[in-house]
Design a binder for this molecule. Sequence first.
Ligand code: ATP
Ligand code: MG
Length: 645
Amino acid sequence: MFEISLHPVKDDVRQRAHLDNDAYLRLYRQSIEQPDAFWGEQARQLLDWSKPWDQVHSSDLSQGQAEWFKGGQLNVAHNCIDRHLAERGEQIAIIWEGDNPSESAHITYNKLHSHVSRLANVLKQRGVKKGDRVCIYMPMIPEAAYAMLACTRIGAVHSVVFGGFSPDALRDRILDADCRTVITADEGVRGGKYVPLKANVDKALQSCPAVSTVVVVERTQGEVAWVEGRDLWYHEALREVSGDCPAEPMDAEDPLFILYTSGSTGKPKGVLHSTGGYLLGAAMTHKYVFDYHEGDIYWCTADVGWVTGHSYIVYGPLANGATTLMFEGVPNYPDASRFWRVIDKHQVNIFYTAPTALRALMREGEDPVKQTDRSSLRLLGSVGEPINPEAWEWYYHVVGECRCPIVDTWWQTETGSILITPLPGATDLKPGSATRPFFGVQPVLLDDQGLEIDGPGAGVLAIKASWPSQIRSVYGDHQRMIDTYFKPYPGYYFTGDGARRDEDGYYWITGRVDDVINVSGHRIGTAEVESALVLHDAIAEAAVVGYPHDIKGQGIYAFVTPVIGAQLNDALKAELLALVSKEIGSFAKPELIQWAPGLPKTRSGKIMRRILRKIACNELDNMGDTSTLADPSVVDGLIDKRLNR
Ligand code: ATP
Ligand code: MG
C-alpha cells in the first residue's frame, strides 16, 4: 500500500475553526441518534422560514421516499439575497473574474437583488409560473447566477445545461424537462475562444417548438440571429420591468431544480432536488466543510453547469451571506499561473477545485505556482474524482505551502451536498481519503450479498438513512430513480461507488463499482492502480479498466498519458510495472499499457471509463452515449492504437 503520511490538524486551524474533533464527534452522534432535533435546530439557525414545518422528516429508503420539513415554507432567493440586505446590502456577493485577466466585476447584495428581482419579473411577464421549467444555458457570468435565483424567486424550476454542451445535447435536455423558456448569452468566452451559445440554442430549438421565450444576455456583442417575438435581450427586458418582485413562498418539498448528471456512466438523468432540504444541505456544508467565516473570500472553480457550481458557487455561499468568486476562464489561460494569479488578485482565502485541474497544472511544474504569492489562502478543497496521493501532496506542499488543510469532499449530483469529508478543525488528514461522514450521513460498505461489512474492509458504498438534500426524483421517470438508487440494495441509497474503510473509520473511494477489477480473485480499485502509475515522473495521467482474461478472469488495461517530452519505450513500461508491484502488489500489474495522448473525458473533466472499457474489450460496435464527451476525437485515436484485438 501507499506510504500515506498523516497530516494532523494544526493548532491555528483548530483554534479558528467552527468545530474541533470533540465537537464533531458530539454533533455527529446527535445527528444520528436524534436526527429530528439536530436538523430542526440547524434549519432554524441557518435558514429563514416564512412558515414553520409540521414534521422535520419522514422517509422510507426502500421506496426511495424522503420528505424534509414538510409543511414548512421558505424561498431560496429570499434566503440567498433579501434577508442579507439590511446588514450587508453593500457587501460584495459575487466577484466575477473574466476570461481576460483585465476584466473583473464586483456585485453587491443590493445589486444582486435588483437584477434577480427584475429578471424574475421578466419571466413572469412572459408567462413563467411556479413549477414551470426554465433552461439556463450560460457562460460563467453573473447573469447565470441571476437566472438561477430569478427562477427560485418565482418558484420556477431551473435546469442548467453546461455551456460546453452541443446543440443536440441541449435539445435533449430541453425536451426531457419540457422547458418553455431558455436563458442564454450571445456568446461565451473561454480560454480566449468564443463559444456560439445563441447559435447553439437556435439549432437546438429547431426541434423544440414549445419554447416560446429566449432571454439573451449580451456578453460579446457578437453577431446573432434573431427570432422576433421569441427572443429578447436581457438588458432591454430588464429596463421595462419593476425592481419589485416579492419572493414566492415555497413548500419545503417543492421542486427547486433539475440537473442532468455528467454522464460518465450512461444516459444522463434529470436529478430533481427539492427546496428546503437542498438549501439546508448546501448552506450547512458550505459553512462547516470550508470553515466559512464572515469576510472570507471564497472561490469554487466549478462551472455552474455542474452540481458543484449549484451548491458551492451559488446556493451554499449566498445562503451564508458570503462573497463567492465566479471565474469565466480556464486554468491554463493565458498561462498555467492563472488560478494562482486570481487568488492573489482577489485575496482568495478558500479555494475549491478538481483533481483533473490539479493534475493538468502539475504537468507544468512548480514555477507557475511559485511565481505567485498565495499568502491569502487558508483552506483548499478537492472534488469530482478520487485525488491521488501524489496530486494531494503537490496541492498541499506547493500550492498551500503546508499551511492549508485540504478537504477532499465526496458527494454526487444526487446527494445535493457533500456527504463524506474532513472538517478542517476536526479531522486529521490522510492524502487520498475523503475521511469521515458529514452530520447525519451514515455510510455503509456492503458485500456481494448486500450485507454490511463491519470495521475495516472494502465494498459497495451505500447510505443507510435519508439526509435533507437527497435526490427526490428523476424528472419524468420516478421509477428510474427507484430502480437506479434504491432497488439494488433495498433499504439503502446505492452510490455506484466502491470504497474502503480503514482502521480509523476513514473512507477511501476506490472508483465506480463497475470499475472494480477482479484479477485472479483480487478485487482491485481503478483509483489505486492509477495513483501508482502517476507516481512516475514521466506520467501525467492514467486510467485503468478491466478486460476479459483467459486465466486471470480479468486483466488490467492501462491507458497512460505521458508528460510532454517523455521517452515512450519498453523501459518506461517496465518501470511502470515495477512501480505498481511496489505500491500495490504484483497481482495489480497491468497486462497491457497503451500510451494515450489524451483520455476521453466528460465535459466536467471526468474520465469516461466505460468507453475505455469498450476499447479494452475490443467491443467497438456499441460505444453507448458519447454526447457528453468533451472531445470525441480522442476516442478514435485510442481505438486505432488499441492493444487487445
Ligand atoms: P453519471 O452519474 O452520469 O455517471 P457522474 O457520477 O460523473 O455522472 P457527478 O454526480 O458529478 O456525476 O459525480 C459524482 C461522482 O464523482 C461520485 O459518484 C464519485 O464517483 C466521483 N467523486 C466525486 N467526488 C469525489 C471524491 N472526493 N473522491 C472520489 N470520488 C469522487
Ligand atoms: Mg454518478
